[in-house]
Design a protein. Sequence first.
Length: 225
Amino acid sequence: MKFFVDTGDLNEIKDLAATGLLDGVTTNPSLIAKSGRNFIELIGEICEVVDGPVSAEVAATDYETMLAEGRYLAKIAPNVCVKVPLTVDGLKVCKQLSDAGTQVNVTLCFSPAQALLAAKAGATFISPFVGRLDDIGQDGLNLISDIVEIYAAYDHIKTEVLVASIRHPIHLIESAKMGAHVATMPPSVIRQLYSHPLTDKGLAAFVSDWAKTGQTILGNAKAAE
Ligand code: E4P
């Protein structure tokens, strides 16, 4: 499963990219506003830090302007993935851009029917929002299960399920069990994945017991030189 980070914070992206475990980045207009940065410059800088897809979302909602914005964004770097909303015009833009070889992430997906349409439009990624469905009392993970099942039934569908609006590690684990291809998570959720109290407790005990031996591993290596 690929891990993307969902943020417009370049320092967070650099920090997570340094782990070697980051496969891509997603942004949206709200995250860009929060960053306070110039959108085009920021996307260019993110693309230099991360080799994988970097989603940059169009701002317009009409077909002509979205298409022009998408073409412009795609020129920033080869790994830009143009993000479009799941609307009639958004899917028309998706079809145009994907036919031209541009990666497209179709966002704001809340139903399996919408996901099927995005696949037909040639989307590289479909972004179903689990957390926002949970927020209104619906089962976000059920949507992931439905989309994964539907896409798997058709060999010709190459669109990857990119689980978005992840709020906690359980969203990730359950999506991984279903076979979703990608998860985009806020930096805080990615950091939560590493931690378990028994890991901390066990490591503290190992460090303390090792100190009692009075040995150092590198001391042995130096002695053998
Ligand atoms: C995905 O690409 C979106 O930017 C993101 O996952 C939305 O998450 P939110 O519902 O926490 O805003």
